[in-house]
Design a protein around this ligand. Structure first.
Ligand code: NAD
Ligand code: TYD
Length: 358
């Protein structure tokens, strides 16, 4: 086994932030396996281009042959599974890809890791880790008065996306209990930060505001999410990888619940500061549109376990994190232009044209 990790989905939003900081901080070699779907983008990794600690392989996690060859060639000490179809609205329009990648793909990946792990010697087997990157959405929806999600909450997924993530988490759990493989699972709340694809709320609002487009709010904007800066999610994953108890799950969150309307108002007010005073407020572009079917009302993470047992804490508050994020989008308009040309326009048409203003 080598001092090397294999990351799946490392050209997406969170995966690329993770790979960038891993390589830049000199933690060792990363084999980055990504299919490069619409959400994967090699531009996210341009800062480590040519770095010999980064090996990029364009492949599907479900491609057993490629995965088996990569495991044999690189002998990684850990596998971190970020690869997924990740957008709830897309899972409502077309759930098939979510089943294929999130469930079947993860299953195929596990089926290649199993003989690899079996072939390691006893010490290496003990040192090896498979870390499943999951979401708080598997726990379902909370009412305003419910306590935040704990690791002991039952899984009650409500969208095809969260159901497919729940299924893959269950497979990971089963491989620990049945085969004794050293698995870890993290369930994180909503991330935001650089390289966030502008189909998700925060980058979509920034992009639409700057392009004089409507700022679509589903329903009445009262739905609540817990928001965490992406680099804090990455530091939590590194912490769980290093010190987490095998077979355990860890919730990751920022203790930062906000309604969608509060998030959008915050963004409008920040962007207004960049504007001529007589140009009005971006708040005027807010439009209420038909709600998402089955829209989960509230997610909230109780991060006590990772904080108490592993000593992890987020470095950013929402204020500092969102300032960094808005600054990044303002400085990286060409990145946004590149990812919003072509296919993206079709998605916007499909998701928003059918929604009525309410
Ligand atoms: P993303 O959609 O931005 O990126 C997903 C990446 O996976 C892309 O690079 C894509 O090309 C790749 N991919 C998709 N299918 C693949 C396949 N079959 N084989 C190989 N690569 C494939 O997603 P993200 O927001 O970066 O999320 C990463 C992980 O974190 C996901 O597992 C997601 O469920 C989880 N998560 C996300 C959030 C969030 O707020 N975004 C919060 C908690 C957990
Ligand atoms: P999103 O970023 O898609 O993340 P998730 O659904 O995984 O939490 O959405 C965050 C919240 O913002 C969610 O309650 C849905 C809402 N939303 C809108 O109101 N308008 C939009 O255009 C989008 C994309 C999301």
């Amino acid at each position: 086994m080598n001092n090397c990790i294999l990351v799946t989905g490392g050209a997406g939003f969170i995966g690329s932030n993770f790979v960038n900081s891993w390589v830049k901080q000199g933690f060792g070699k990363v084999v980055n396996v990504d299919k490069l779907t619409y959400a994967g983008n090699l531009e996210n990794l341009s800062g480590i281009q040519g770095n010999e600690d980064h090996v990029f392989v364009q492949a599907d996690i479900g491609d057993s042959k490629v995965i088996a060859e990569l495991l044999k060639e690189h002998e990684p000490k850990a596998i971190l599974n970020f690869a997924a179809e990740s957008h709830v609205d897309r899972s409502i329009h077309a759930p098939g890809e979510f089943i294929q990648t999130n469930i079947v793909g993860t299953f195929n990946l596990l089926e290649e890791v199993r003989p690899y792990w079996n072939g390691l010697n006893e010490r290496e087997q003990g040192d090896f880790r498979f870390l499943q990157v999951s979401t708080d959405e598997v726990y379902g929806s909370l009412t305003a008065d419910d306590p935040a999600f704990k690791e002991t909450n039952p899984y009650e997924p409500n969208s095809p996306y969260s159901a497919s993530k729940a299924a893959s988490d269950h497979l990971v759990r089963a491989y620990h209990h049945t085969y004794g493989m050293p698995m870890l699972t993290t369930n994180c709340s909503n991330n935001y930060g650089p390289y966030h694809f502008p189909e998700k709320l925060i980058p979509l609002i920034i992009h639409n505001a700057l392009n004089d487009k409507d700022l679509p709010i589903y329903g009445d904007g009262s739905n609540v999410r817990d928001w965490l800066y992406v680099e804090d999610h990455c530091s939590a994953i590194r912490c769980v990888l290093e010190t987490g108890q095998v077979g355990e799950t860890y919730n990751i969150g920022g203790w930062n619940e906000m309604s969608n309307l509060e998030v959008v108002h915050t963004l409008c007010d920040m962007l207004d500061l960049q504007r001529r005073k007589d140009a009005g407020s971006y708040r005027d572009q807010i439009t209420y549109v038909t709600d998402r079917p089955g829209h989960d009302q509230r997610y909230a993470i109780d991060a006590t376990k990772i904080e108490r047992e592993l000593g992890w804490k987020p470095a950013e508050t929402f204020k500092t994190g969102i300032e960094k994020t808005v600054a990044w989008y303002l400085e990286n308009q060409s990145w946004v232009e590149n990812v919003t040309s072509g296919e993206y326009q079709k998605w916007v048409g499909k998701n928003y044209q059918a929604r009525e203003n309410v």
